[in-house]
Design a protein around this ligand. Structure first.
Ligand code: SAH
Length: 285
């Protein structure tokens, strides 16, 4: 039975109406589901974390590929469906939680201890709820060290921001954060018709391999710099940084720093590449 037919059956059986508030768009295209699993490069020794499993369409594929799957789902209605659908399957842990409120590293440790096992790698694979894509990604990139890579469905426009080049209108905080923490690749563009209900936007699967390739003196100041530099992206960066009180520096102090880095005083944030942002931070005394 293909995923479209299964989805319709399950929605009928459990009286499910997709909840917009939770960003529910169920993936029903088996080609795309296979694509996601292939792109995520799962081995039978890996733990996969799925955020928002929903009715379990992607989960069904993940359970076959991974050693164990950790499912984190906010909607109790979906929990009922998942328990029923995967009643005879053993290799998963199902939590009714908000992904933004759990400590993933601790959960991974608990699962390893409980099953007396050490996973090869911990990977996130998900069709993300679009209303919280950025906070989820920042959390996975910044805070959760157990995770090695992330393969997720996001809005195409967000995927393009993640891999944008300097001087383009898509280039910004998300681009720099993703580049700082990972190597990113768009895997496949996904039409609206691959979901029930159809979302209002085109989607894309993006893969982020975590990898810290840059050396920055103080990370905290680097994050502050990129947030404040883009706070008013059409302004000259010196003015944005001054009006947002960057690193408690005066306008004169910021101008001196720009001189030290050989940057034009008229520079706008979108004109700098990541090395230039890092160079600014590394030149602060
Ligand atoms: N993976 C499924 C469903 C994707 S829709 C599929 O591809 O068919 C997004 C899912 O994320 C929904 O099931 C929704 O209930 C869930 N979700 C929304 N916000 C969440 C949150 N804060 N934490 C965990 N899950 C969430």
């Amino acid at each position: 039975m293909n995923t479209l037919i299964k989805t319709k059956k399950i929605m009928n059986k459990f009286n499910i109406i997709a909840n917009k508030r939770y960003g529910q768009n169920f993936l029903i295209d088996d080609n795309i589901l296979e694509n996601i699993v292939n792109a995520s490069d799962i081995t039978s020794d890996d733990l996969v974390i799925e955020i928002g499993p929903g009715l379990g369409n992607l989960t069904e594929y993940l359970l076959k590929a991974a050693k164990h799957v950790l499912l984190i789902e906010i909607d109790p209605k979906m929990i009922t469906v998942l328990e029923d659908r995967f009643e005879s399957v053993k290799n998963y842990t199902l939590l009714n939680e908000d992904i933004l409120k759990v400590n993933v590293d601790e959960l991974v440790k608990e699962i390893e201890e409980k099953n007396n096992i050490k996973f090869n790698k911990v990977k996130v694979v998900a069709n993300l709820p679009y209303y919280i894509t950025t906070p989820i990604l920042f959390k996975l990139l910044e805070d959760e060290n157990s995770i090695s890579d992330i393969t997720v469905m996001v809005q195409k426009e967000v995927a393009e921001r993640m891999v944008a080049k300097p001087k383009s209108k898509e280039f910004g905080i998300l681009t720099l954060m993703v580049d700082y923490f990972s190597n990113a690749n768009i895997e496949v563009i996904v039409p609206n018709s691959s979901f029930i209900p159809e979302p209002g936007v085109v989607s894309a699967v993006i893969r982020l391999e975590k990898n810290r390739k840059y050396k920055v003196k103080t990370e905290k100041i680097f994050f502050e710099l990129i947030h404040k530099a883009f706070a008013q992206r059409r302004k000259k960066m010196i003015n944005s940084l001054t009006s947002t009180n960057f690193n408690n520096m005066s306008k004169q102090g910021i101008e001196d720093l720009f001189s030290k880095c050989k940057l034009d005083f008229n520079t706008r944030a979108e004109e700098l590449n990541i090395e230039e942002f890092i160079n600014i931070v590394n030149n602060i005394d």
